[in-house]
Write a protein that binds this ligand. Structure first.
Ligand SMILES: N[C@@H](CCC(=O)N[C@@H](CS)C(=O)NCC(=O)O)C(=O)O
Length: 263
């Protein structure tokens, strides 16, 4: 495991063609290097956790750089000293911050001079609900459909660990058996996105006219799927598909430029 790419700072989430002016951002202190432990498989250049992608997008929204530290499921000892068994783990200088929701709140409170992730306390409170919706409905809905693809992307030790822990989570079902019904299951998954689909009929983003953390919560899940699976979770004429395209393009194509499948 070694530290790799430094993510560039971004001040404007919107794709260039959206034509919004960029804000003046206070330059970052060079004395506070930031590191983000991110889940990867056999290929260290393909970070794929939904939660790590939420954090990546949040850092970009704040215009903050961070150095990626590729991390694999069985490398628990690398993050144990920072008080976690899971990623994302953000090291802001010396300070470890653990869990994507905690990190988003930390960034909002400690970098309050930068673009807001929540747009105020009401937005933060509503994003809390959306974070759970993202975990339960979106991650939970995608998981059985793509888990068999994930296992093929992992290094051998991680693959064994993933299969054991995730098949237990599925009540003992083999990952491949869970995926076998995905052509049918995806229809129910898409239906569950109706509240979001209806919202996107009257606004471009969950955050309104521009994306914010509400969008990154859900988008992180789609980016996770795109990195590991060729399976098409969305129909091309779906407003959620168009929204996802806009998020792929945000921050100069941060997510689109990260290796993944055409979905
Ligand atoms: N609630 C946590 C969830 C983090 C999480 O589950 N991360 C996964 C990667 S997607 C992990 O590190 N799992 C370690 C394991 O399963 O041992 C967050 O939002 O950050």
């Amino acid at each position: 495991m070694s530290a790799s790419a430094v993510m560039a700072p971004h001040s404007n989430p919107l794709p260039a063609r959206a034509g919004r002016g960029s804000k003046n951002i206070v330059p970052e202190s060079q004395t506070m290097p930031r590191k983000l432990f991110e889940l990867v498989g056999a290929d260290a250049t393909r970070p794929f956790s939904p939660f790590c992608w939420r954090t990546r997008m949040a850092l970009a929204h704040k215009g903050l750089t961070s150095e990626t530290v590729p991390w694999r499921f069985t490398e628990k000892s690398a993050i144990a000293p920072h008080g976690s068994e899971k990623v994302p783990v953000l090291l802001d200088g010396e300070k470890p911050v653990v869990d994507s929701w905690t990190i988003a709140n930390y960034l909002e409170d400690n970098y309050s001079d930068r673009p807001s992730l929540f747009g105020g306390e009401g937005g933060r409170a509503m994003a809390r609900m959306l974070n759970w919706w993202g975990d339960v409905v979106v991650v939970g809905g995608m998981f059985p459909m793509i888990a068999a693809d994930i296992v093929t992307r992992l290094a051998p030790d991680d693959a064994a660990y993933f299969r054991k822990t995730r098949e237990a989570r599925l009540g003992g079902m083999r990952l491949e058996d869970a995926a076998a019904s995905r052509e049918k299951d995806v229809l129910a998954f898409r239906k569950n996105l109706d509240p979001m689909r209806l919202t996107l009929k009257t606004q471009l983003y969950l955050g309104g006219t521009a994306p914010n953390y509400a969008d990154y919560i859900v988008f992180g899940c789609f980016q996770w799927a795109r990195v590991v699976s060729e399976f098409k979770l969305l129909a091309e004429d779906d407003p959620v598909h168009a929204w996802r395209e806009r998020l792929f393009d945000a921050f100069d194509g941060l997510a689109r430029k990260s290796p993944g499948f055409a979905v």
